[in-house]
Design a binder for this molecule. Structure first.
Ligand SMILES: Nc1ncnc2c1ncn2[C@@H]1O[C@H](COP(=O)(O)OP(=O)(O)OP(=O)(O)O)[C@@H](O)[C@H]1O
Ligand SMILES: [Mg+2]
Length: 397
């Protein structure tokens, strides 16, 4: 890279997100008969996460490397913010594009802090600002500050991969390319990083191209998902909800998996669906009234609540005797309005009762969720409603 132009540009935080467009890209590697990418056109809107998924060798990494000109297309054009990158200096372009590569690619003879600071240093940030940014990013990726002094060889594979993500984020680039950035990370840290990343994206709204093999990760992270097949052929480019509701063909259907109805549950929250009204009663209410309430719902039980409308217990026939409702303690399955439907369903299936009491932030009753409610929701979700699924960052609690 060229330090002179870096000086001229100076520090550059909070740049706007860029648009990205691939126009009829063809990439033939020398010596191969089949093109790695036959004819790929794809537009990514500013501030969106576009996830590329597809089988190994379908051209995902090739597509990424074309965008920051690590390799050149055989034909076609790539536009960043509407301007062709063919006329751009590769060194300059790479400072504008954050890149977390598949094989991590940290500099082995530089410390973790120096690795993370690569682009800010090229951009001529002052030492203090760099140090603050490194601290902030170490925190984000969940590594102790003391590790900043180590060398990549002294970290685990997953830790190195997290440093790779921090390095890509360091200069707050308007466009980020992330090639399986969480691939080598254990499920717990992976989920944590995904969530942190989405939270951050909710604030910074960068344009991100994100490669993964994992369809669940794609559904979670993507505003839009591009499913590629061999030769970089675009099988479908759609929102996660569209992809799950209406896969374009058998290839996409196979790729998203037979459980795509269940996967859709990961896109919605309990508050997104029509709940049953809870048949609530309080201590001291007439038993006749409580029985009438219980009978008026498919649940067949009344729900005892305290004076703040917090759930206490289900009351069955055997509990509703005498004149007035008396105190009971019992088992309840509680789910929250903010829970993802998939998790809520898991809770319902594990609980002793088929019904979940839905509570709001204050623990007050907001309704009742049942397996029937969820299955009705899945069956009645029509094509016109699929775009109502919230964006990935909004889906986080
Ligand atoms: N430098 C190269 N020279 C020749 N062929 C290459 C080169 N790099 C990649 N290929 C071929 O191009 C095709 C696409 O490779 P690419 O790395 O883009 O796949 P990918 O989708 O990223 O796969 P994976 O999921 O395994 O990372 C493959 O058939 C690969 O063998
Ligand atoms: Mg790859």
């Amino acid at each position: 890279m060229d330090p002179d132009t870096a000086q001229a540009e100076g520090p550059s935080a909070n740049r706007q997100a860029a648009t990205l467009e691939l126009r009829n890209i063809v990439k033939r590697y020398p010596g191969s008969d089949e093109p790695a990418i036959a004819d790929l056109s794809l537009e990514v809107a500013a501030g969106e996460i576009c996830v590329l998924v597809g089988p190994s060798g379908c051209g995902k990494t090739t597509a990424m490397r074309l965008v920051n000109r690590m390799i050149e297309p055989t034909s076609g054009d790539i536009l960043v913010n509407g301007a062709s990158i063919i006329d751009r200096k590769p060194s300059e372009l790479r400072r504008e594009i954050g890149y977390a590569i598949q094989q991590i690619g940290l500099f082995p003879h530089q410390t973790i802090a120096e690795n993370i600071a690569t682009v800010p240093a090229l951009l001529g940030w002052d030492k203090r600002r760099i140090a603050e940014r490194v601290d902030e990013l170490m925190d984000l990726i969940g590594l102790e500050k003391a590790m900043a002094k180590r060398y990549p060889g002294q970290l685990s594979g997953g830790q190195r991969q997290r440093v790779g993500v921090a390095r890509a984020l360091a200069a707050d680039p308007p466009l980020m390319l992330m090639d399986e950035p969480f691939g080598a990370i254990d499920p717990i840290n992976r989920e944590r990083l995904q969530n942190e990343f989405l939270r951050l994206q909710g604030e910074i709204r960068k344009t991100i191209v994100f490669v993964t093999h994992d369809i669940d990760e794609a559904i979670k992270m993507g505003d839009r998902i591009a499913i590629l097949r061999k030769g970089g052929v675009l099988a479908q480019y759609a929102t996660p909800a569209e992809l799950l509701m209406a896969p374009a063909d058998e290839f996409v259907e196979d790729f998203v998996g037979a459980d795509r109805a269940l996967k859709r549950l990961a896109l919605q929250r309990v508050r997104d669906i029509d709940l049953w009204e809870a048949p609530t009663v309080r201590v001291g209410d007439p038993v006749s009234e409580a029985r009438a309430r219980a009978a008026a719902t498919p649940i067949g039980h009344a729900l005892l609540v305290d004076e703040d409308n917090r759930p206490v217990s289900w009351l069955g026939d055997g509990d509703l005797i005498g004149e007035r409702v008396v105190h009971h303690a019992g088992g309840l399955t509680k789910v929250e309005l903010d829970d993802v439907l998939r998790d809520a369903l898991a809770d319902l299936l594990q609980g002793k009762v088929m019904y979940g009491v839905v509570t709001d932030h204050g623990g007050r009753v907001a309704g009742v969720l049942s397996v029937e409610v969820i299955s009705g929701f899945l069956n009645h979700q029509v094509a016109g409603r699929i775009d109502q699924a919230p964006a990935p960052a909004e889906r986080l609690a």
